[in-house]
Design a protein around this ligand. Structure first.
Ligand code: ADP
Ligand code: TYD
Length: 218
């Protein structure tokens, strides 16, 4: 656990249902008396939201994309996530570094080892807040991975909204993104909870609750 705070991330391919399940979990934590910060990546600060606009709408090579994601993340960590954890709050973040491995690494085929280096650089903390949360390098306490077949996610999205640059990718791209998530989950199994997202919303909500309760946090 990061100090007295808790850092939970929501991951999965586009249309997996992450956004639908963040607010119910936030309400559960608030009902348990915890202060909650809801945030997202890329984004979460004025600078990172500007980077989000570039990354989601302008074409670029995979290294540029990865660097922008980590630049946005570095600002977000320093301005929002670390201060909230230092205050003992619960941070619920819609996507984090596993998305960079899944999309830029798995989806676009960018070198995995280079991403590991960027991860280490971006998530190494310094200063008084790092002392407060007593961690030289920040990782989520728990990552909820909403896993489902890309064909199911595509059907949901087609009914829901116009696609951004990533959501417009072909099915094979999302198979590769999904494989990227599976690799990260395999490499850091204790941090990950795989949620079967190909179920009715109530069952998914229950699975999310169960994963958090299993760690004694609700
Ligand atoms: N378990 C579910 N079953 C069916 N549809 C769902 C489910 N969860 C979410 N949806 C719908 O699928 C679409 C994408 O969900 P969303 O939460 O925005 O996904 P994400 O944030 O992972 O991209 C939305 O229209 C949402 O209402
Ligand atoms: C955080 C992150 C997101 N992304 C992509 C995944 C998504 O397609 C897109 C935006 O994510 P998201 O906020 O989930 O989009 P939406 O709110 O429309 O569901 O950015 C990356 O490619 N790399 C990253 O590191």
């Amino acid at each position: 656990m990061a100090g007295a705070g808790l850092f939970l991330t929501f991951e999965g391919i586009d249309g997996a249902g992450k956004s639908s399940h963040i607010e119910p979990l936030a309400q559960a934590f608030r009902a348990a008396g915890r202060a909650v910060v809801l945030t997202r990546e890329p984004g979460g600060t004025p600078l990172a939201e500007k980077i989000r606009q570039l990354a989601l709408h302008d074409a670029m090579d995979a290294l540029t994309e990865a660097l922008l994601m980590f630049a946005a993340r570095r600002d977000h960590l320093g301005q929002v996530i670390v201060p909230a954890l230092a205050r003992g709050e619960v941070v619920l973040c819609d996507r984090f570094t596993d998305a960079t491995f899944a999309y830029q690494g798995g989806g676009r085929g960018f070198d995995w080892d280079s991403l590991l280096i960027l991860e280490r650089l971006a998530q190494t903390l310094s200063g008084p807040e790092a002392d407060l949360i007593q961690k030289p390098r920040l990782q989520p306490d728990l990552t909820l991975w909403f896993d489902l077949p890309p064909a199911v996610a595509a059907r949901r999205l087609a009914a829901a909204r116009a696609p951004d640059r990533f959501e417009a990718q072909p099915r094979a791209f999302f198979e590769a993104v999904r494989a990227g998530y599976a690799r990260r989950a395999h490499d850091d199994a204790a941090r990950f909870a795989r949620i079967d997202a190909d179920q009715p919303p109530a069952a998914v909500r229950q699975a999310v609750r169960a994963a958090v309760q299993a760690r004694g946090w609700l």
